[in-house]
Design a protein around this ligand. Structure first.
Ligand SMILES: Cc1ncc(COP(=O)(O)O)c(C=O)c1O
Length: 397
């Protein structure tokens, strides 16, 4: 029986082989240290869980109309974006999706026609290229390697734009690199696209996790005239340790948000009602739990980056956001893999480290940079110390 070309075209995840092997090793009783997690290792704060229990008890279990989100949550997200980012959105300009990933997917479908181009800086989050392709469009990659701090320049952006360009994807703080564009850098990029008919999809899902006091802001707020072409994405997953609750959002021009809502109407309907009530408590509630998580991530970040940079052949750009380090380990490829190893070398390297040092990392090739690997510091300090001890021993040996 037929499977559509659209679905057959989805590329298998390069991370799968390594994570499947790590799982199998763990199941066999081997003590693997996992740096693969893309989610906080904390519990969802108690006041959020209480709100969910309350919603169940109060009988908030019916369909939500419109399916694009609970009115109270749209208002709460609009107020949250105003308070934390200075962004001005009306509740009707907010869509609540089943996670940030779902909101992004709907937006790509709503913005792109077959044959369009979407400009995408690399390293990129794994799902963007696949979503662009599922919408029938083509990604145009701008390479921004470790040598340029994983940040694209305005000149690179201008050079990537063609008459077919419909969209520019920006993700700051970034998964996988953790880099954060400063306000001045965002302004310089905004100057390239402002006033054109190019959409900017600004994925700010890690926006609360910025360290070192970096002066940054939401893309739409960086200069005048951007609201009409910007869609701002966020979500509950990373900020409040709510990955499994599946709540994310998009905020943008009303007609575009309405178009995304029409798609949601005919596909998923509303995100889980209970999760939406919990998310109201998250975005409107006390900030102490977030501050605690952030302080702990920061402590681990400093420790991890410092240690990585002391390892032979490893160079790590300092992440200033999110919870990932993305070291360049390419100087060790020949020593670890021997001559003549075949690309993707980051995958072969990750497999070797898993097998010989029992440390699981994510190959950078999955994110469009085969010189690097991703380590998440969303795991305990004890595990971080143990894993880095093993990696160091392996690389020195
Ligand atoms: C850059 C980025 N955007 C969006 C998401 C989607 O997160 P969720 O669907 O859990 O809201 C993730 C999750 O890993 C991410 O790293």
């Amino acid at each position: 029986m037929q499977i559509s070309k659209r679905i057959l075209g989805i590329r298998p995840s390069m991370t799968l082989a390594v994570s499947a092997k790590a799982k199998a090793m763990k199941a066999a009783g081997i003590d693997v240290v996992g740096f693969g997690a893309g989610e906080p290792d904390f519990k969802t704060p108690a006041h959020i869980c209480d709100a969910a229990v309350g919603a169940i008890r109060d009988g908030h279990h019916g369909y939500i109309v419109p399916s694009s989100g609970l009115a109270d949550l749209k208002s709460a997200v609009a107020a949250y974006l105003k308070r934390t980012c200075g962004l001005s959105y009306e509740p009707a300009q907010v869509l609540i999706g089943c996670g940030g990933k779902h909101a992004l997917y709907e937006a790509f479908l709503a913005a792109l026609e077959p044959g369009d181009e979407a400009v995408l800086p690399a390293p990129y989050w794994v799902s963007y290229p696949e979503m662009i392709r599922l919408a029938g469009a083509r990604e145009v990659i701008i390479e921004a390697g470790a040598g340029q701090g994983f940040k694209i320049t305005p000149r690179q952006l201008a050079a990537a734009i063609t008459p077919k360009t419909r969209l520019f994807v920006l993700n700051s703080p970034s998964n996988p690199t953790g880099v954060v564009y400063t306000r001045a850098e965002l302004k310089a990029l905004a100057d390239v696209v402002a006033g054109t008919d190019i959409w900017v999809f600004s994925d700010e899902i890690y926006g609360e996790l910025v360290y070192d006091g970096v002066d940054t802001c939401a893309f739409a707020a960086v200069r005048d005239g951007l609201y009409g072409q910007t869609v701002t994405f966020g979500g509950a997953s990373k900020t409040w340790a709510m990955t499994g609750w599946r709540i994310g959002w998009a905020a943008g021009p009303g007609d575009f948000i309405q178009a995304m809502g029409n798609l949601q109407d005919q596909s998923t309907s509303n995100p889980t009602s209970i999760s939406q009530y919990a998310a109201v408590a998250a975005v409107s509630g006390p900030t102490e739990p977030l501050a605690k998580m952030k302080a702990e991530f920061d402590r681990r970040r400093i420790y991890m980056v410092d240690r990585l940079n002391k390892m032979p052949g490893v160079r790590c750009v300092r992440p200033q956001g999110a919870f990932y380090a993305f070291p360049d380990v390419s100087a060790t490829y020949e020593r670890v893999l021997g001559k003549g190893a075949r690309p993707p070398l980051s995958a072969a390297w990750s497999a070797a480290v898993l097998e010989k040092a029992q440390v699981a990392v994510v190959p950078g090739g999955a994110f469009g940079d085969d010189n690097c690997v991703r380590l998440s510091f969303a795991t305990s300090m004890t595990q971080i110390e143990k894993g880095l001890d093993r990696l160091e021993k392996f690389l020195k040996g």
